[in-house]
Ligand binder design. Structure first.
Ligand code: 3PG
Length: 306
């Protein structure tokens, strides 16, 4: 009987675990649940004889992959797979997958939650501002970017997007203006919402040079990864410009400095929670379990990333 380990330091909603179990049991598999684990050792022990794993942002290092000799497939229930050591997977012949699009709406909704919270001064009773008529720049027009555009239209925002990997026609069809140069997105928009992946090309790519182009009261919203921000550049700009704001899911490493120096100019979530909704967990969890069954039973490698 095949064994599938769900290893999540930040657990899925219970309904998602039920859904995953149902898919796996229907295929005759056994679910092993490891939630809120406290060490890599604990995860390694649980992985010792599993055929497949489902994870979230959990760091699937070479050590973890190496501790699972029967492992054939690992699915990151979500979009970003920067937490999976793909070289280790390749070395061990393990297929790595993600579940693109399944949690994107949740992430997009959080971006607006943070914008509203910030623009309405944390709902502290004082007078705030409205999103309507403001210019929103979408940096990378993938699944989350698309949802952001859809929601922003409801707010009556003016939309711009920069994504050299997406055809202009795809962006324009959604009623979003294409910006050809990254700098122009930042120069034009009151808000820029980041949706780039974290990789060798993008790490620390958003810093002083780009952010300093933003207009007065410029606000960066980061529901992507903290690693894509050059925090020295961000700090320098926040020191220089007392109108610049940073809203981020996953607080930066310089959280304490920002919180002590720049009150009212930041919003940070307690934990990475863009995808932390029952709906997103159910969608991504069930997709992950289904992909595992389809791979192990039929060799289906849809959404393989290595
Ligand atoms: C993703 O890449 O899918 C999101 O960042 C969600 O990550 P999480 O599963 O850790 O919440």
């Amino acid at each position: 009987m095949k064994k599938v380990l769900v290893a999540t330091e930040k657990p899925f909603a219970p309904a998602a675990v039920d859904g995953i179990r149902e898919v796996l049991e229907k295929a005759g598999y056994t679910l092993i649940l490891l939630e809120k684990y406290e060490s890599a050792e604990e995860w390694k022990r649980a992985a010792a004889d599993v055929d497949a794993m489902i994870i979230r942002s959990d760091k699937a290092t070479a050590e973890i992959i190496g501790a699972a000799p029967n492992l054939k497939v690992i699915v990151r229930a979500g979009a970003g797979y920067d937490n999976v050591d793909l070289e280790a997977c390749n070395f061990k012949g393990v297929v790595a997958m993600n579940t693109p699009g399944q949690n994107s709406n949740a992430v997009a909704e959080l971006a607006f939650g943070m914008m509203l919270y910030h623009y309405r001064k944390g709902f502290d009773g004082s007078s705030g501002s409205e999103l309507r008529g403001k210019k929103l720049g979408i940096h990378a027009y993938g699944n989350v970017g698309k949802y952001v555009a859809k929601i922003a239209k409801g707010f009556g925002m003016e939309l711009y997007a920069f994504d050299p990997f997406v055809d202009n026609a795809v962006i324009e069809k959604d009623g979003v203006r294409v910006v050809e140069k990254e700098k122009d997105l930042y120069r034009t928009c009151d808000f820029v919402s980041l949706h780039i992946p974290s990789n060798d090309q993008t790490k620390k790519s958003i810093g002083y040079e780009l952010l300093s182009l933003m207009p007065s009261k410029g606000t960066l919203i980061n529901t992507a990864r903290k690693e894509v921000i050059d925090e020295d550049g961000l700090m320098k700009l926040m020191e220089e410009r007392n109108d610049f704001n940073y809203l981020s899911d996953v607080a930066p490493d310089c959280r304490q400095a920002i919180e002590s120096k720049f009150p009212g100019r930041y919003v940070f979530t307690a934990k990475k929670m863009g995808a932390q909704t029952a709906e997103a967990n159910i969608n991504a969890g069930i997709a992950a379990a289904t992909q595992i069954v389809n791979f192990l039973e039929k060799g289906d490698t849809t959404f393989q990333v290595n």
